[in-house]
Design a protein around this ligand. Structure first.
Ligand SMILES: Cc1cc2nc3c(=O)[nH]c(=O)nc-3n(C[C@H](O)[C@H](O)[C@H](O)COP(=O)(O)OP(=O)(O)OC[C@H]3O[C@@H](n4cnc5c(N)ncnc54)[C@H](O)[C@@H]3O)c2cc1C
Ligand code: FES
Ligand code: FES
Length: 485
């Protein structure tokens, strides 16, 4: 396999398939600017920038090196903090200079990660000839934690990096280099520790899946990477989905937004939020920018965690999922994919290939709410998606789904049944809140107690009522503690 490391070609044949990019950089290349903090995608000390050619052209993304496996770099370019000074003829890059000038660093451990997130933002805006506003900067830094400096000087540095002479990134040069890297390389990376297959078509993927039902499917690796780092699992056979252009497409017809399983969370939620602006906050609050840059919608759905964010929102709007295998395709309602805790209606040879999200229905009111301890980069304690249609103030259709309340993402069937045909008024909403107790018996864990979860779910249903009631509905600014954040 081969890739560009700080703009120079590197060929690799001797690293274990699950070696993290972070370990490779530090241990094999002595590029120790990239740090390890948490090894689970949370702190951003390991942030690097990965560039690749996509259908829309060259993309540069901030990524957590700690949970990416080295062979997935094949055909891509990785940039570490060491590159920046080289890019500016030995001088500090404007991003670095601004961090110095604004005192954006104390112990310095988090600093290379911040620098790389800011460098990515800097290049994006240099290319577009724009200056980011504060919310863009905050969003770009959602995956970086600092324990000593405090964020204000870092935000000030982000403003200051545009105040000095610009250093432009050679996008065209990189594009040419990446095109030249595209070789007829074998699609299987083999090592004594295991194999990583990289199919480039869906047909090839399905055949590999049929031949290797024991293999681990790897998309963005934001769940799988943790199995290796935190659970020390050995994955001797991996099928990587990241090199299949068909799995990265987003299309639309008069009924559905069709999102292929390998579309990143960033791109998927960008497409969804155009039709469902109510998903904007969920998009922003789903993990962090670097996680959304690589994590896929298909991975979120296929993993099927009871606390995953996408499922309750998508179930409430009757999303369908397509499973494919060499035997053919089948399509089911997303909620029917989940049988029990982490158990899915998915055969060993099947792969999630497409997610079909219905276009918004006229007269349907939809909301989704995330409750977590932190605003950014936090797993939900409770997540809900709710959709309601009224016919002369009477509930003609309603779908309510919760995450964090049961062993799977689950519809509130008793509550929905109760609501159908009722007048959508205060008394109905209050009664529906109590009926939710028939639908869920949540558990207590580090994120919330069972009582907290139940009470929160009831309150979210009430909030949904307040925002969607026929008379005097409350606006988002009135119900949301974060308002327009
Ligand atoms: C720091 C951090 C924060 C996070 N925050 C959130 C959050 O706020 N909300 C949330 O919901 N999740 C969160 N996650 C979890 C994770 O990012 C998501 O579940 C993500 O969508 C997984 O996608 P992936 O492409 O990285 O999946 P991977 O890790 O590659 O795969 C996940 C699972 O799905 C399987 N799989 C992947 N693609 C397919 C497919 N097409 N067909 C069949 N099986 C497949 C894999 O074999 C594996 O079992 C977070 C993770 C981290 C590390
Ligand atoms: S080391 Fe913390 S995100 Fe990678
Ligand atoms: S400067 Fe010490 S953690 Fe950020």
């Amino acid at each position: 396999m081969q890739f560009l490391l700080n703009n120079e070609i590197v060929r690799v044949s001797d690293v274990e398939p699950t070696k993290s990019v972070l370990s490779y950089l530090r241990e094999d290349r002595f590029l120790t600017g990239t740090k390890e903090g948490c090894a689970e995608g949370d702190c951003g000390a390991c942030t690097v920038v990965i560039a690749e050619l996509e259908s829309e052209g060259l993309s540069l993304k901030s990524v957590n090196a700690c949970i990416q496996f080295v062979p997935t770099l094949h055909g891509k370019a990785v940039f570490t903090v060491e590159f920046l000074r080289r890019q500016n003829n030995g001088n500090l890059h404007p991003v670095q200079q601004a961090m110095v000038d604004k005192h954006g660093s104390q112990c310095g451990f988090c600093t290379p990660g911040f620098i790389m997130s800011l460098w990515c933002l800097y290049n994006e805006h240099q290319e577009a000839k724009t200056i980011p506003i504060r919310s863009d900067v905050r969003s770009a830094l959602t995956g970086n934690l600092c324990r000593c400096t405090g964020y204000k000087p870092i935000l000030q540095a982000a403003d200051a990096m545009f105040e000095v002479a610009p250093v432009t990134f050679d996008n065209d040069g990189l594009r040419d280099k990446l095109l030249a890297l595209k070789t007829e390389s074998p699609s299987t990376y083999s090592h004594t520790e295991g194999q990583l297959h990289s199919p480039t078509t869906t047909a090839e993927l399905l055949q590999l899946r049929a031949d290797h039902p024991e293999a681990t499917l790897l998309a963005g690796g934001t769940d799988v990477g943790l199995w290796v780092n935190k659970q020390f699992r050995t994955l001797s056979s991996i099928i990587y989905l990241g090199d299949i252009p068909e799995l990265k497409s987003i299309t639309q017809n008069d009924q559905y937004i069709n999102i292929a399983a390998g579309v990143t969370l960033s791109n998927a939620y960008k497409a969804l939020a155009k039709h469902y602006p109510e998903m904007n906050q969920m998009w922003e609050r789903f993990a962090s920018r670097p996680i959304r840059n690589v994590g896929t919608l298909g991975g979120n759905i296929a993993n099927g965690s009871p606390i995953g964010d996408s499922m309750p929102a998508l179930i409430a709007i009757a999303t369908r999922v397509v499973l494919s295998s060499v035997r053919g395709q089948r399509e089911l309602l997303l909620e029917d994919l989940y049988l029990d805790y982490m158990k899915k209606d998915m055969a060993a040879d099947e792969v999630v290939t497409l997610i079909k999200i219905p276009l918004p229905l006229a007269d349907q009111a939809f909301r989704c709410y995330k409750l977590s301890k932190r605003y950014d980069s936090d797993i939900s304690a409770v997540f809900t998606g709710m959709a309601i249609t009224l016919d002369n103030d009477l509930v003609s259709d309603v779908k309510i789904a919760f995450g964090g309340m049961a062993a799977t993402p689950k519809r509130a069937s008793h509550t929905e049944q109760f609501l159908l045909g009722k007048s959508w008024d205060e008394a109905t909403a209050k009664q529906a809140m109590t009926i939710l107790k028939q639908d869920y018996s949540p558990m207590t864990d580090m994120r919330a107690s069972d009582q907290n979860r139940m009470q929160s779910a009831m309150n979210l249903l009430y909030r949904f009522y307040l925002e969607t009631r026929p008379v005097n509905p409350l606006t988002k600014e009135m119900t949301d503690v974060f308002g327009e954040v």
